[in-house]
Design a protein. Structure first.
Length: 110
């Protein structure tokens, strides 16, 4: 058993960190400083995005929704989406095991 810590004191730009990998998923913490943006990108497999702290705008196909603490969305593969931090935010990203965390790191650098 391993305890996974999602909290952080550091918010600088967009920073994804792989925290846990199981037989089924990869759990990634994305910290976003207020005003930071993850430009439009997509995932090759289904994903789940959950806000653990703060607020973000999550946009899909021109439709933007405001997400706050514990709000969650799921997306099918290949759906373009973007995120904007309305405040310092911690986001949990659940990736399919076949997906790669390097793709998320690359998306954060755009």
């Amino acid at each position: 058993m391993e305890k996974i810590i999602f909290t952080t004191e550091t918010f600088e730009g967009v920073k994804p960190t792989l925290l846990c990998e199981t037989d089924f998923t990869k759990e990634i913490r994305i910290t976003m400083a207020k005003g930071a943006v993850m430009k439009e990108h997509s995932a090759p497999a289904p994903i789940i995005v959950q806000v653990l702290e703060g607020e973000i705008t999550f946009e899909v196909n021109g439709e933007a929704i405001k997400m706050g603490r514990l709000d969650l969305v799921s997306l099918k593969p290949n759906v373009p989406h973007s995120l904007t931090a309305l405040s310092n935010a911690i986001v949990r990203l659940s990736l399919h095991k076949s997906d790669h965390q390097n793709r998320v790191i690359d998306a954060a650098k755009r």
